[in-house]
Design a protein around this ligand. Sequence first.
Ligand SMILES: Nc1nc2c(ncn2[C@@H]2O[C@H](COP(=O)(O)OP(=O)(O)OP(=O)(O)O)[C@@H](O)[C@H]2O)c(=O)[nH]1
Ligand SMILES: [Mg+2]
Length: 389
Amino acid sequence: MKLLVIGCGQCGGRIADEFARLNRKAHAQRGIDIIADTFAVNTDVTDLSGLSYVRRDDQHRILIGGQKTSGHGVGKINELGAEIAKEESDRVIEAARATPHFHEADAFLLVAGAAGGTGSGAIPILTQSLKERYVEKPLYNLIVLPFRYEEKVEDRTIYNAATCLKSVYLVADAVLLVDNQRYVKNTSSIQHNMARINSSVVEPFYNLLCAGEEKKAKFIGSKVLDAGDIIQTLAGWTVIGYGRVQKPWFSFSFGKKRDFMDKATETQKGVQAMTSAIDGLSLKCDPIDAKRALYLLSAPPEDMNMTLVNEIGSSLKRIATEAMIRSGDYPRGKRSLDVTVVLSELSNVSKVMGYFTTAIQRLSSYQKRRLDFEPSVLEDAFKDIPSLL
Ligand SMILES: Nc1nc2c(ncn2[C@@H]2O[C@H](COP(=O)(O)OP(=O)(O)OP(=O)(O)O)[C@@H](O)[C@H]2O)c(=O)[nH]1
Ligand SMILES: [Mg+2]
């Protein structure tokens, strides 16, 4: 499957940059392309300059709202981010459309941080504009949820997250949720954390996108998971996870006939990879709430077998009991057994519901505060002070 990726704001731009890096890796290691092209849209010129893999020209790094923000961002005011995107969405779409690979894309993926200003405001607007023009093309959003400390300290965080999440849910075909807090390692610096988080966010997409683009016969699975399976799976709130077991721990078969005990161990390790994919889901949720799911097993060709694929499927079915499950095998790699899992059409995402509830509570207290505020008190207090204006 090939994606056309547009990152909005700083967070979105950096994750789009990671997708561009992932495509280079796919090209170098496997001779295939999984990304049709990558774009970064921002009101902040410095953020755009900090990217590494998105092409440097102004068709790929797109500065919007230059006149309103002088290239310095919207300072977390996501209404302003939305307003600017409304004025300039045509320019962004034209830039994306001009890429020679535009028609190769199976779907659009737009990315943003929910708590910022530019990305949070622009992503629903750009999604809607693209959807209006390309009705048939699946349109996905990847939304990064804020760290816990941001929710506590910064006033706009919850409000931005709630307004962004509501808006994208109404326009995107599916919303992939990524919770920054799930990836935190307290020992790392914030900057190192961000780089590591961004690379962990895109990692599960590598095999998932490569599997259906594979050209060499020996790497084509007996059950290929291609763009059609992914498109049929993605709907509404969605999470993604990835688990890996290194080969010396699951295979003892190299160079000799496989003992039945070895096979049992492999199956166990496959289930272990699935468990770790579920533990590492991009947002904590209950698999029982998923109406759709998919999993992909990637393993060295000599270790791939249908018993393994089916055992892994059974272990998913045991926890995602309500889901229609699609699956595939991808005989690739040398040293590890990898499981990618997607849970989609989630009916109850407690973190998202929490944003809506808190935002509504605060909205009414904010409105009340505004009504209680009596400007004439201040005006009375300084009415005898001379003004310089
Ligand atoms: N995972 C991840 N999260 C990020 C990154 N940069 C920012 N964030 C998160 O995104 C949110 C802030 O959004 P930004 O993308 O910085 O804001 P913006 O869209 O550029 O908007 P303004 O700066 O207000 O114009 C916060 O919750 C951050 O924790 C990043 O590189 N990776
Ligand atoms: Mg910014």
